[in-house]
Design a protein around this ligand. Structure first.
Ligand code: PAN
Ligand code: ZN
Length: 188
């Protein structure tokens, strides 16, 4: 039987206690998502293969909801900010919520038919991610970006399409500010 439990999400570090699993993504594992592969190699030779982000889960067998945190380091590969891989959910009927706790970022969203939207990520903002919109978090701040996510436990992640063709916008730094730039394959 599932029992009630108070799960502590540290308001500063984003750690989840107790948690059920976690993983990290290092810069070198994210090679395919950045447009400038040489900049990625330069980054790794200067800074080492640092952790770009960590995902911590709380999910219980038999529960239809899962939640957890994503803890993103600040950084840039060339002019592109550190970002997550980005994905659709395998289940096309599932909503997801992202509640930003720490830092600043851009949540980049894309529908199956190519509509693009963004939501500012800053403390207190709960982003509503509708069913069947791809989502990628981009850390545009100088410090960590930490958010709590909640979704259906069996939503599933579909990474392939985004990895192969990219999202329709890049989020880059221009004159010290985050700017959206169209992917050359998909002019705005
Ligand atoms: C999040 C993401 C997490 C990492 O938990 O999975 O932020 O992003 P990628 O999975 O795109 O690398 C979520 O959206 N779950 O559905
Ligand atoms: Zn998701």
């Amino acid at each position: 039987m599932l029992l009630p439990e108070g799960v502590v999400i540290d308001t500063i570090t984003g750690t989840v206690s107790p948690s059920t699993s976690s993983y990290v993504k290092r810069v070198s594992e994210l090679r395919g998502i950045y447009r400038d592969a040489a900049a990625l190699d330069d980054f790794v030779s200067c800074n080492g293969d640092v952790v770009a982000y960590e995902v911590i889960d709380y999910r219980k067998p038999e529960s239809d909801l899962a939640f957890g945190t994503t803890i993103m380091s600040p950084g840039k590969i060339g002019d592109e900010y550190f970002m997550t891989r980005g994905h659709f959910h395998v289940r096309r009927d599932c909503v997801e919520l992202y509640y930003t706790q720490v830092g600043h970022g851009t949540l980049l969203l894309e529908s199956r038919d190519g509509e693009v939207r963004t939501v500012d990520m800053k403390p207190g903002v709960c982003a509503f991610i509708p069913p069947d919109w791809a989502h990628r978090s981009v850390n545009t701040g100088a410090g960590k970006l930490i958010f709590v996510w909640v979704c259906a436990a069996d939503a599933g992640h579909e990474y392939g399409g985004i990895l192969e063709r990219g999202m329709r916008r890049f989020v880059v730094e221009r004159d010290g500010r985050a700017e959206l730039v169209p992917h050359p394959k998909y002019p705005a």
